[in-house]
Design a protein around this ligand. Structure first.
Ligand code: SF4
Ligand code: SF4
Length: 414
């Protein structure tokens, strides 16, 4: 695609990056075929090709309006278009730049700005979020059904193993997951412990930064990323072999720390090292499978599982098929699910900011997931898990919890 960037962007780092991405797009439109918002809304400007065109206009200095912003806001950042694109267009990198420039030009209406600020404050403060969740659970029955469905029940996390191994991995806890589903990280810690890796948590770290980044609060996102690096660095220095991130949405962000702080002289090298250490648990489970296999209880009978692969797993981390293989290998039945490539509508804060589209996507996804009447729905990201659970009676679990319940402490003789 030919471009002619406005002088204000032509010689900037972001301008050059955006220009290279725009030029890699050949405008073929293949990406529209797999874009959930284009499929739902049927508007070219609500598909990747149209959004790329809108961002080209912004970068070329054309007038920008709230309408431009709306079409960019409606993007789920699911990256389905990146998987489909034959030219390797880095759409989400361009979107990050485009959204920031549009925000600077157009701003936000006061009500929208207040909603976004409140979301950031509520979700970034573990104390505030945990307190609100506790109160919400107490009064759940009194709330309107729509709101009550969004509040998950409390659960016990089970034991977190005491450190006993020379091999150590750090588990990143994130912002909302410890309050919503504490068993996910505890299950990951137990699985790691049984294969000879002690999982440690670090006070002082928190949200991965994706929440602020996606709400275009860039300074806040950078401060959060630096805070996490500072909290983790002493353990990295002492040789932890991995930073395990059990929420794929956060995993994509942590694996991108190197790029995110590439021009921060004080943090660039550390951020790159953090990205290199970041692992989704499936990467470790797959690599250590020979140690796991003899500890699996294969006599418990299969559960019928429908797996929802989050966009952040299949399109963001580009890990496909591995969780499904593990679920089969531990003796479960995997049910067929239609349109596995499509987003469930959770997408971070998207389900709050764009509820109409998010709910349509959730309904379609749940229809596909429950078509074969599963015992349980498995997934890999806390956002998808709570979003889907709010619309179904079928239990939705992280796959590591399912693996945890099938694993013995010591190997069993064949
Ligand atoms: S992003 Fe890729 S698939 Fe979409 S129009 Fe551009 S080149 Fe074609
Ligand atoms: S990231 Fe997802 S919603 Fe956004 S344009 Fe690409 S496919 Fe469509």
């Amino acid at each position: 695609m030919q471009t002619n960037l406005a002088p204000e962007y032509r010689d900037t780092r972001e301008g050059r990056e955006a220009d290279a991405i725009l030029r890699s797009c050949v405008h073929c439109g293949f990406c529209n075929a797999t874009c959930p918002t284009y499929q739902l809304l049927g508007d070219e400007l609500d598909g990747p090709r149209g959004r790329i065109y809108l961002m080209k206009q912004v970068l070329e200095g054309e007038p920008v309006s709230a309408k431009t912003q709306l079409h960019l806001d409606r993007c789920l950042t699911c990256r389905n278009c990146e998987t489909t694109c034959p030219s390797g267009v880095q759409y989400v990198r361009l979107l990050d730049i485009g959204r920031r420039l549009v925000e600077m030009k157009v701003g936000r209406a006061p009500a929208e700005a207040a909603q976004r600020w409140t979301l950031r404050r509520a979700l970034l403060s573990k104390g505030m979020f945990g307190g609100a969740l506790t109160v919400g659970r107490l009064v759940k029955g009194l709330l309107p059904r729509e709101l009550g469905e969004r509040i998950p029940s409390g659960e016990s996390s089970g034991a977190w193993p005491a450190p006993r191994h020379a091999r150590k991995a750090l588990i990143m806890e994130g912002c909302v997951q410890p309050a919503l589903k504490p068993n996910i990280d505890a299950a990951a810690a137990r699985v790691l412990d049984r294969i000879g890796i002690s999982a440690v948590r670090v006070p002082g770290a928190g949200c991965c930064g994706a929440l602020s980044h996606h709400l275009v609060a860039e300074d806040e996102a950078r401060a959060i990323v630096r805070r996490n690096i500072d909290a983790w660095w002493p353990l990295v220095h002492r040789g932890v072999e991995a930073i395990v991130v059990t929420a794929t949405g956060c995993g994509v962000m942590v694996k991108d720390y190197g790029h995110f702080l590439a021009y921060d002289a004080a943090y660039a090298a550390k951020a790159k090292k953090i990205s290199e250490l970041a692992r989704d648990p499936i990467e470790i489970v797959t690599a250590e499978w020979k140690k796991i296999a003899p500890r699996i209880a294969m006599d418990q009978g299969p559960q019928r599982i429908a797996f929802h692969s989050p966009c952040t797993l299949q399109h963001g981390l580009r890990i496909r098929g591995q969780v499904e293989e593990i679920l089969l290998a531990i003796g479960h039945s995997l049910l067929p699910v239609a349109d596995t490539h499509l987003c469930c509508g959770s997408a971070g804060t998207y389900s709050v900011l764009q509820p109409a589209i998010a709910n349509q996507l959730k309904e379609s996804k749940l229809k596909a997931l429950t078509a074969s009447r599963p015992d349980v729905i498995a997934t890999a990201n806390i956002g998808c898990l709570t979003h889907l659970q709010s619309g179904t009676e079928v239990a939705v679990k992280h796959w590591i919890e399912i693996l945890d319940t099938r694993m013995f402490e010591a190997p069993r003789s064949p």
